[in-house]
Ligand binder design. Structure first.
Ligand SMILES: [Zn+2]
Length: 287
């Protein structure tokens, strides 16, 4: 090996055993790098997984009928939680699919021991069948009301156990268990269990996964084409006018018989049933 010159020996010594200033610089750089890498890793682990945007195509035009309604029950809202992507269901029934002048009335967020019986009395008077999208926990509290709904020829619709508007964001296993639980809680009010024909996403918060799963579990995703916004308690006249202005042959109308004070809804239904009949509408179920 060739002998090193004195200058080369100085450089080699500085590399192997650098002056203090360089040792500190090297140490701080190494610590900084380690902390940087750790921060990146922890941020990735803690970040929520965005399910709604990673599954399937972005659904629904913003002009779709369901896109108009963002909330249907503020009293049950979960402030502070991330809101799921609001989409129109691709599979939902939003029309009675007939050109005949038929209209399907739907009532969400019950059963309630005051408003549901009042609505049932009115429906009976006009021999109008309707669909009731029930919250499982309320059904367990008022099984007698659920019985009456079915006994009088109306249809049941699953609206989740707790009006959970984030159900569509859950992983498929949890979502499946949630749907099973609410459907079962409704069905087993009866012996033998009653069929649950429909599922309606709370707050209309469909995700493609929820859309698919409700259909797979045998419940037809149920939408609407006329939103009365009755849950905002805009006054009886406003609720009546919303139906009079928007109703069309095959319409599915969204009302609420639970989730808050619903005197306005009951009174609006009292006025709308004869008006719809006078217009030549027949009352039917979503098909
Ligand atoms: Zn609802």
């Amino acid at each position: 090996m060739r002998m090193l010159t004195p200058r080369q020996r100085v450089i080699l010594r500085q590399i192997v055993s650098p002056p203090y200033i360089y040792r500190w610089a090297g140490l701080l750089t190494t610590v900084g790098l380690i902390l940087g890498v750790a921060a990146v890793v922890l941020t990735d682990v803690g970040a929520p997984t965005v399910l709604a945007t990673s599954q399937g195509p972005a659904v629904a035009s913003s002009s779709g009928p369901q896109a108009r309604t963002v909330e249907d029950a503020p009293a049950r809202g979960l402030p502070g939680l991330a809101r799921p992507a609001i989409t129109a269901s691709r599979l939902a029934v939003t029309s009675t699919t007939t050109e005949r002048p038929t209209v399907a009335l739907t009532f969400d967020d019950g059963p309630n021991n005051l408003y549901t019986p009042a609505v049932l009395d009115l429906l009976a008077q006009y021999r109008a069948p309707a669909t009731f999208c029930m919250v499982g926990n309320e059904a367990l509290v008022h099984p007698d009301v659920v019985h009456r709904v079915v006994a009088e020829g109306h249809r049941l619709c699953d609206h989740t156990m707790t009006h959970d508007a984030t159900v569509g964001m859950n992983d498929p296993d949890l979502m499946s268990r949630q749907l099973d639980r609410s459907r079962t809680s409704l069905a087993t009010v009866f012996d033998p269990p009653a069929p649950i024909d429909y599922f309606r996403a709370p707050e209309g918060a469909w995700t493609p996964a929820l859309d698919q799963m409700s259909a797979q579990t045998g419940m037809r995703p149920l939408g609407w084409s006329v939103d009365t916004l009755d849950w905002t308690q805009p006054g009886v006249a406003a609720i009546v006018a919303s139906v009079q202005q928007q109703v069309h042959p095959g319409a599915i109308v969204l009302f609420h018989d639970g989730g808050g004070p619903r005197e306005q809804t009951v009174e609006a239904v009292r006025q709308l049933l004869p008006w719809l009949q006078e217009q030549g509408y027949q009352f039917t179920l979503p098909t």
